[in-house]
Structure formats: C-alpha cells, structure tokens
Design a binder for this molecule. Structure first.
Ligand code: CP
Length: 385
C-alpha cells in the first residue's frame, strides 16, 4: 500500500496547508478567459484554470470551493422541496422561461442527458439537442468549434459531452472572444473530467451522512477502473475540500488512479491509500464508490488480466461493511454490483442518480444568477421535506 503525504485543507479558499506546514496556493483570484491566449491557458494547472471559469462555466472539478458546494447542495434540497407542491412547481417553471439550452452529446449517455434535460424542464428552460454528430452539419466538414458557435446563436447555455478531453475548455475560451459568450456546462469530457457527476456524488454523500457528522472525516473507497473513470478523477479532487478525509484507490495496477490525481491530493494535503485489496478496505470504508471496468478504452488489453470478482460487491459482503456505509456507483453498471443488494438501504446508487436532477437544476439556476429567488420563496413558504 502507498500512503499520501496528508495535510490540512484550509477552506479559506485559495490555499491549503500541508502537514509540513507549507502553504500552497491552489487557486488565484477569478479572471476572465478573454484575458489569456489559448497557448498560455493550456499551460496552466487545473487549479489555475479553475479561476477563469468561476461563476460562468462549469468545466472542471477544481473550480469549486467548499462554500460553493455547500450552497449548491442546500439549493438543490430547496428546489426539490419546493417542487413537491403544485404551486411550488409552477413557481420553479417560471424562473428560466426566457432561456433556452442546447444539449450537445457527442458521446452516448442516459443519466447525464436525461437529468440535465429534466433539470431544465423543472426550471422552465426550453431545450434542443444533438445526440449524434452524424445528424449535424459536422458531416459536411464543419468544425466542432463552428458547430458550437452555431448553437450559441440560438440558445443561452450549452450542456455538452465530448470524447475529446479539454474540448469544453477550448469552446469556453473561444466563446469568451465572441460577442455571445454563453455558459458551457461540461457533461463529461474524454477520460479527464465529469464535474456535474462529482457534484451529484457530493450531494449524495452529504445527504447520506447528514445525521452522522457530514462528509468531513469520512473514509471513501474508489473501486474498479480508476484509470479511465472520469467521475473518480473529478470526485477525488472535490473531496479534498473536506476536512480529515481518507481516500482509498482499489484497483489492479493496470487500472489504478493516475499519478496526476495523487499529486493533486498531495498538494491539497488529503490522505490516501493505493491498494489492490478490496477486502481489507471494506470494513473501514464509510462510502464505497464502485465503477465499471471500461474495456471499450483498452489499447493494450489493460483490463484483460483483471479478475472482476476482486472488484465486486454482493450480498456476501453486506455483513462485512458497516451499517452506516453507503454504496455508490455513477452507473451504468455491469457485474460489479449484484442486483440482489439493490434494495439494501445502504445501496444508494438509484437515489444518487435522481439527485443528479436536483443538483443540476441548482447549478443551472446558479449559473443564471437566479438562485436568490428560490431562497426567498423557500424562506417565505417553508415547504416541508
Ligand atoms: N453517470 C453517467 O455519466 O451516466 P451516463 O453515461 O448514462 O450519462
């Protein structure tokens, strides 16, 4: 097993303090993308890039602060409660009736596409979509950049999933140099980032641990294909914003988490353990985040020697894990979670999926700066949970 350096995260936003006592700057003050050339922007660290997206685009996990996560989670819960009553649902539907969103999904998706679409519907936002680039003028040779610029002529926000890592960042930079800079939400890019999935994972963890001290101090185990899982990469970073966390990365060597993520954890001072031994971690984990072996990305048979049984959870393990442990999965799953545990209260992956709709509604509302209207409505009417 390998251990991270450990340290203390300072929630005062732009610094973390390592156990050595060294303070490391992790994010600069917010800046505008038009202030920097693309070549200079590409050279920045993720933390430095984050300050260019702040409050406008949602592109990487590193752009969020702890305060922002807490506020988004609270807003999601308020939206959910307000939506339970017909008058509340009608109020929500009026909030963004003047806006339109484009759902551009150049890769397959069920949950991310549907939950963003449902979130838009809750807020009254009209949507259009392209779910297969063969149906857009890209087949005539139009560049993806021109395709996005075309979308921006008709809508007020682009929610996009793209196979090319960093393409959403490129689009946001390009839009900042036009007269119509609209927000870009990254719904999954290459194998690198899935920030809105990380938001819904944080929301699920926060709700799951509400009565046992919150997320701070918990032990979170990531299991399976950690090399190609963009959800793990985004969530691992977001968890550095919580105090006294211990992260476990449980995978065969060929599918283990990237050194770049471990370096970020070191920089933020978050403790971690890298191991192949799932059985040893099961009894101590407060949250187990299962992932699918993504063999569609195999180049040199990376997953061919993996024994799937070593990275599986089923009924035989439910006496080993704690009563308060929760099991998450970004889904879709294959055999890594037995369907026989689906109805165990500790299996929260179906709830996690629905949480995606509420946190994405909160994010969209916040992006358009209309969150105060929900907070005022909630304080005035106090809908019951
Ligand atoms: N979790 C996730 O991204 O699922 P989809 O690929 O179905 O959107």
């Amino acid at each position: 097993m390998g251990y991270g350096k450990g340290g203390l995260y300072d929630p005062s936003r732009y610094y973390c303090t390592l156990h050595s006592g060294k303070r490391v700057k992790i994010m600069a003050e917010p800046k505008h993308l038009s202030e920097i050339s693309w070549n200079d922007f590409k050279k920045l660290s993720l933390a430095e890039k984050g300050c260019f997206f702040h409050g406008k685009h949602t592109l990487i996990a590193q752009q969020f602060t702890r305060d922002e996560l807490d506020a988004l989670c609270a807003l999601a819960t308020r939206i959910k409660r307000i939506n339970k009553r017909r008058d509340g649902a009608n109020f929500l539907k009026g909030l963004l009736r003047d806006k339109r969103a484009m759902l551009y999904f150049a890769q397959p998706s069920s949950r991310t596409y549907l939950s963003h679409n449902a979130a838009c519907q809750i807020l009254g936002l009209d949507t259009m979509d392209v779910r297969d680039t063969k149906t857009s003028s890209e087949v005539k040779g139009e560049t993806p950049e021109d395709t996005i610029r075309t979308f921006s002529s008709y809508v007020d926000m682009i929610i996009m999933r793209h196979p090319v890592g960093g393409f959403a960042e490129r689009v946001a930079w390009m839009m900042s140099h036009t007269k119509r800079e609209i927000p870009i939400l990254n719904a999954g890019s290459g194998a690198d980032q899935h920030p809105t999935q990380a938001l819904l994972d944080i929301y699920t963890l926060q709700r799951s641990f509400e009565k046992i001290g919150g997320i701070d101090g918990k032990h979170v185990a990531f299991v399976g294909d950690l090399a190609r899982g963009r959800t793990v990469r985004s969530l691992a970073w977001m968890l550095t914003l919580f105090k006294d966390m211990t992260l476990y990365f449980i995978a065969p060597e060929s599918l283990q988490i990237g050194q770049d993520i471990l370096d970020l954890l070191d920089e933020a001072g978050t403790k971690y353990v890298v191991s192949e031994d799932f059985a040893a971690v099961m009894p101590v984990a407060d949250a187990i985040y299962m992932t699918r072996i993504q063999d569609e990305w195999d180049v040199e048979g990376e997953s061919s020697t993996t024994n799937a049984a070593d990275y599986h959870i089923g009924a035989e393990h439910m006496d080993i894990i704690k009563d308060t442990t929760v099991i998450l999965h970004p889904l879709p799953r294959r055999q890594e979670i037995s369907t026989e545990i689906d109805n165990d209260p500790r299996a929260v992956y179906w709830r996690q999926m629905r949480n995606g709709m509420w946190i994405r509604a909160a994010l969209i509302l916040k992006t358009f700066g209309r969150d105060d209207e929900v907070n005022t409505y909630y304080d005035d009417y106090k809908p019951v949970s």
